[in-house]
Design a protein around this ligand. Structure first.
Ligand code: MF3
Ligand code: CO
Length: 248
């Protein structure tokens, strides 16, 4: 069952979304060569707690940290560590905040110093694909319409759309129904209604779509070792359109 949120719940989801957005803005200032992903984790955790929220990911199915930091060929769920960011890296930062019973979830991929043209194109096209997916959202659209919009936009760039990981509903649980694939056919899948809240999150590879899990049982990497990026917003479905909750 896909939950429809009431006005009070939407207010809390909006607040949770603002906290996630503000945490991204805070971290952005610190993304430079030499900083470790543990340091980024700690900055995010302190900021979220200062806003009377808690990090959604910490202890989620045993996840050990407060954010995910996925570098280069790491697709998602990279665990912060003493690894330092270096010039030319790209780092996907995934942040969740839980505020008064409601979650919000947003990921963004950032360049570190000067990055290759290939990586820059991958960043640009994937960010664009997220907005292409969002633009079709309104009451009556289907999850397949969203996936189709993302896939259709990306078709001409010959990138790998990760299929085994998908977006999701968001609410009192971090992951709620429905799944939101980043590919698909129009008019397939569940129909969305006003008041539903979903996270749309294309994960796109410079090479093939195949991914593997590392021995830490969290980090997902591309099978061919090529870079991958991740952009995610949590959005509210409206009668006419949508509202991005993870921004201001
Ligand atoms: N934003 C991530 C997702 O939707 C959630 C990561 S939770 C973690 O898959 F615990 F795995 F970090
Ligand atoms: Co998510």
């Amino acid at each position: 069952m896909i939950k429809i949120k009431n006005e009070k719940q939407i207010e809390l989801l909006e607040k949770a979304g603002e906290i996630v957005y503000d945490t991204h803005q805070e971290l952005k200032k610190h993304i430079k060569c030499g900083i470790t992903t543990d340091e980024l984790n700690d900055i995010a955790e302190s900021y979220i707690i200062s806003q009377n929220a808690t990090p959604s990911f910490k202890n989620y199915h045993g996840y050990p940290k407060s954010i995910c930091t996925s570098i280069n060929e790491e697709v998602v769920h990279g665990i912060p560590s003493n690894r330092k960011l270096k010039n030319g890296d790209i780092v996907s930062i995934d942040i969740g905040a839980y505020y008064k019973g409601y979650h919000s979830d947003s990921a963004w991929t950032y360049p570190v110093g000067d990055i290759s043209e290939d990586k820059a194109i991958l960043l640009e096209k994937t960010e664009n694909s997220l907005y292409k997916g969002l633009e079709v959202i309104k009451e009556g659209c289907t999850t397949g319409d969203i996936g189709n919009a993302i896939e259709s936009y990306l078709k001409k760039y010959n990138l790998g759309i990760v299929e085994v990981l998908v977006g999701h509903g968001v609410g009192s649980e971090l992951h709620e129904p429905p799944d939101i694939p980043n590919y698909g056919k129009k008019k397939t899948g569940p129909v969305l209604k006003a008041g539903m809240v979903i996270a749309v999150e294309p994960m796109i590879n410079l090479g093939a779509k195949e991914v593997l899990m590392l021995e830490d049982e969290w980090t997902i990497v591309t099978a061919d070792g090529k870079p991958s990026v991740h952009f995610e917003h949590t959005v509210l479905v409206l009668k006419e359109g949508f509202k991005i909750l993870t921004k201001r």
